[in-house]
Design a protein around this ligand. Structure first.
Ligand SMILES: *[C@@H]1O[C@H](CO)[C@@H](O)[C@H](O)[C@H]1NC(C)=O
Ligand SMILES: *[C@@H]1O[C@H](CO)[C@@H](O)[C@H](O)[C@H]1NC(C)=O
Ligand SMILES: *[C@@H]1O[C@H](CO)[C@@H](O)[C@H](O)[C@H]1NC(C)=O
Ligand SMILES: *[C@@H]1O[C@H](CO)[C@@H](O)[C@H](O)[C@H]1NC(C)=O
Ligand SMILES: *[C@@H]1O[C@H](CO)[C@@H](O)[C@H](O)[C@H]1NC(C)=O
Ligand SMILES: *[C@@H]1O[C@H](CO)[C@@H](O)[C@H](O)[C@H]1NC(C)=O
Ligand SMILES: *[C@@H]1O[C@H](CO)[C@@H](O)[C@H](O)[C@H]1NC(C)=O
Ligand SMILES: *[C@@H]1O[C@H](CO)[C@@H](O)[C@H](O)[C@H]1NC(C)=O
Length: 294
């Protein structure tokens, strides 16, 4: 009797796990689900007919090992995908100087196509690291307006720079950005070619960073060796919606059984979510499944 009970319990537990693990983030039937260690959930898809439409089509490039996932246009590499956001790899603007003040300056630009479902999330902060730098960001809002803001990275003595991971304003400056930008250009420069700070700060950096995942590294980040680290470890969060600029929940057909629709009025689109007590992919037929609860 006891054995039977344990058996049933184990079966139920594993079924519960199975439902949770197999349905979250599943792709369209007969479509690939993975690119390297990333799962690509519908409405995203890899290959013809696997995505909701062309703008959700992603490219898995397996000439890299492990394979890398890209947005179809613009050579933008994806780090991860979630219900309402994707995170992408960074494009860091930098200005580096040698001892005599000669410079190596690179501006950065990242933009999504006109019809794309993507805009930069306002969770990102415009971030400038440096002791003799100014930088500005110029963005194009999806409603067509031009947007601009800036920040200055200033410090006179590296011993003033905090080491606790906070961007405190000394050697590191952060400012919010508007929601709904679909393209950004970042320009960086130096007041005095780093002449007075060069021994501890030869380079300045400017980039967007998901504020929950960026930690200022203090003197390490100012030392100049951090560009590669910033490129690969500091990600940008990108909002996505469906029906952008064309439809809202009242005309939505994408939210399947046991799911509901939420408008994002600012971005002019919507997203689907499974009803309470259901889990899975709301964009797929029978995607939202009831959870067995013990
Ligand atoms: C994959 O990446 C390589 C190297 O960057 C590039 O030459 C190739 O065109 C890419 N393939 C696709 C399908 O984008
Ligand atoms: C994918 O794997 C790489 C290392 O190969 C790791 O750095 C990264 O965090 C992983 N991404 C996800 C979303 O798990
Ligand atoms: C990727 O996104 C999923 C879904 O939001 C999340 O559970 C997971 O922790 C993320 N992985 C990384 C490495 O950030
Ligand atoms: C600084 O860079 C310039 C231009 O690349 C070069 O001519 C000069 O020799 C460099 N100075 C030092 C001290 O490295
Ligand atoms: C960076 O952008 C600024 C302003 O648009 C421009 O003046 C400068 O020449 C650019 N620098 C490089 C290296 O492209
Ligand atoms: C960014 O720079 C590119 C190339 O210089 C330009 O075509 C684009 O309009 C700029 N975008 C913004 C938002 O300023
Ligand atoms: C930097 O700060 C340290 C410790 O407070 C001090 O000893 C040093 O003289 C300062 N250097 C400059 C150039 O102000
Ligand atoms: C949804 O779109 C319809 C038709 O374009 C419009 O009449 C309605 O006001 C919109 N509703 C919302 C909540 O935006």
């Amino acid at each position: 009797m006891l054995l039977l009970f344990i058996h049933v319990l184990l079966a139920l537990l594993s079924e519960n796990n199975f439902v949770g693990a197999s349905l979250r983030g599943i792709a369209k039937p007969n479509c690939p689900t993975d690119c390297g260690n990333l799962t690509v959930p519908y409405p995203f898809g890899m290959g013809k007919g696997c995505a909701l439409d062309e703008s959700f089509e992603l490219i898995c490039n397996s000439t890299f090992n492990p394979p890398k996932l890209f947005i179809r246009s613009g050579n933008i590499q994806i780090y991860n995908i979630s219900d309402s956001e994707i995170s992408i790899f960074n494009s860091v603007a930098y200005s580096c100087y040698n001892e005599s003040g000669s410079s190596d300056i690179v501006n950065s630009t990242t933009s999504f196509e006109e019809t794309s479902p993507f805009t930069f999330s306002s969770i990102n902060k415009f971030t400038v690291i440096g002791c003799d730098n100014y930088a500005w960001i110029r963005g194009l809002h999806l409603h067509g307006s031009d947007y601009m803001t800036g920040c200055m990275g200033i410090c006179t003595n590296v011993s003033n720079v905090l080491k606790n991971g906070k961007c405190s304003g000394v050697g590191c400056c952060q400012t919010p950005i508007q929601k709904g930008l679909k393209g950004v250009n970042i320009t960086i420069g130096s007041f005095d070619n780093h002449m007075n700070v060069w021994p501890f700060n030869p380079c300045g950096f400017a980039f967007l960073a998901d504020e929950n995942h960026f930690r200022f590294g203090g003197a390490r980040d100012l030392s100049g060796a951090s560009k590669l680290y910033l490129d690969s470890h500091v990600h940008i969060l990108v909002d996505w919606v469906i029906g952008r600029g064309k439809r809202n929940c009242s005309q939505a057909t994408e939210c399947k059984a046991n799911s509901f629709c939420t408008d994002d009025e600012e971005l002019g689109g919507y997203r689907c979510s499974c009803n309470k007590g259901y889990q899975g992919n709301p964009y797929l037929l029978n995607g939202c499944q009831g959870q067995f609860r013990i």
